[in-house]
Ligand binder design. Structure first.
Ligand SMILES: [Zn+2]
Length: 435
């Protein structure tokens, strides 16, 4: 009940007024409406990072990050609807999954690339079914089909990059991608998408900064004060049972240590002040064994500046309690969801002995579905910034695919990887005098 209240509260916090979800009447119609909503959000996300000047504003980025997280929630809810035990009057699981699969053929207005939007739903529904079942095989085939579409767009990007046919606005020229983007720009004008999401943060009261907010703002990291040609990898929003494990393997291969900022609700619940970790939390022990650092990314991933002090405290403390239980050696690092914080948030973070950690190199894996393009963005931004903190999310296959390409590219350009070790940032064994 409490959890649902938090989710409801979250939706109320981020759902813009006037853009109410469509009213749906039956569980079957709900499945279709959710899937269509996910595709719609996926399209808007692509518009929000289309490379134009307006798409590079903080408002567009905040709107995009919020939409990204909303699609995560919608995906989890849809997977739940597809896989829960049938209730009175419900269709069978097979009928429900069949309804989802039928949408792919029924929607002749969807572009092939739109199908990537539902890859998470297909993957996660599949993970909940025993292998070998007819339904599982059907989902495997659908996953394969969507992976091929993604591979084609990936190859298109690689070929465009190799031919150096680069446009100033949207990167390498790609006939397929550019056609899709052109269609989206006409259908979802960027200004309208941003206005609809209304990501404006509440005005801050013009009161003098408290001493702890002052100190927190001074301590906050954006590029981490890292030396030239040094980067720190960070991953947000996990852990995810499949993708986080894959990322750990990749990092082990390159002997790189990262910082993982975890959303508490992915780790378990806290009842009567006591942590009850979920099975999903098991991977945290492996992260620590592999030398990675674990930080706090709130419990439900809300837009913190819209919350009152008590709710902010609850978001931080609940995750802190879970981290104490599953990762006693966690790092005193905190990342505000969407990078959104105000003086009150900074003060609450500082009062707990935590440091706020932002980023200056954004993979934009929250908007870009093409792995090669994500990797290239990381390399380009790292070159431009010269050093800094890189943001990825460990909850999507696209990030897993982009990661080795990004690491290889950075190594080739002479970048080193910093790590969080014994309470400080170090690089190649030497402590760094981080700001
Ligand atoms: Zn996040």
């Amino acid at each position: 009940m409490w959890r649902w209240f938090l989710i409801l509260q979250f939706m109320l916090t981020v759902l813009p007024a006037g853009a109410a979800e469509p009213v749906v009447t039956s569980p079957a119609a709900e499945i279709e409406a959710s899937a269509e909503r996910i595709v719609e959000n996926f399209r808007k996300l692509i518009v929000l990072h289309d490379g134009s000047v307006r798409s590079r504003t903080p408002a567009a980025s905040l709107a995009g990050r919020m939409l990204f997280f909303r699609n995560r929630e919608l995906t989890a809810q849809l997977v739940e609807k597809l896989t829960r035990a049938p209730r009175n009057g419900d269709e069978t699981g097979e009928q429900r999954v069949g309804r989802l699969l039928a949408l792919f053929t029924a929607h002749t207005d969807w572009w092939d690339i739109d199908r990537i939007a539902l890859l998470g739903v297909v993957n996660e529904t599949r993970l909940r079914l025993p292998a070998g079942e007819a339904l599982a095989q059907q989902l495997d085939r659908k996953r394969e089909e969507i992976s091929l579409i993604r591979a084609a767009y990936n190859n298109e990007f690689t070929a465009a990059l190799a031919s150096r046919a680069v446009s100033v606005v949207s990167g390498p020229r790609r006939a397929g991608w550019d056609g899709y983007l052109g269609y989206l720009r006409e259908r979802y004008p960027l200004t309208r998408v941003i206005d609809e999401l209304n990501p404006a943060q509440p005005e801050e009261a013009a009161t003098p900064r408290s001493a702890s907010a002052e100190a927190a703002a001074r301590d906050e990291w954006t590029d981490g004060g890292l030396p030239p040609k040094t980067v720190l990898l960070t991953f947000d929003d996990g852990p995810h049972p499949k993708f986080t494990a894959e990322i750990l393997q990749i990092l082990a291969h390159y002997n790189i240590r990262a910082v993982f900022f975890q959303v508490g609700q992915n780790l378990g619940v806290v009842r009567g002040g006591r942590a009850e970790p979920s099975r999903n939390a098991n991977i945290v022990a492996e992260m620590l064994r592999n030398g990675h650092a674990i930080g706090n990314h709130t419990y439900t991933h809300p837009l913190l500046p819209k919350l009152a002090a008590a709710a902010i405290d609850d978001e931080i403390d609940t995750t802190q309690t879970l981290l104490e239980a599953v990762a006693p050696a966690h790092a005193p690092l905190f990342r505000p969801p969407y990078g959104a914080r105000n003086d009150l948030v900074l003060a609450e973070v500082a009062d707990r002995g935590l440091r706020s950690v932002l980023w200056n190199i954004d993979s934009r894996d929250w908007a870009d579905p093409i792995p090669q393009s994500i990797a290239q963005r990381v390399i380009d931004e790292a070159e431009r910034e010269g050093r800094g903190i890189i943001l990825f999310h460990d909850i999507h296959g696209r990030s897993v695919q982009a990661l080795p390409m990004a690491i290889e590219g950075l190594l080739k350009r002479g970048f080193r990887f910093a790590r969080w070790e014994a309470g400080v940032l170090t690089s190649e064994g030497a402590p760094l005098a981080a700001k």
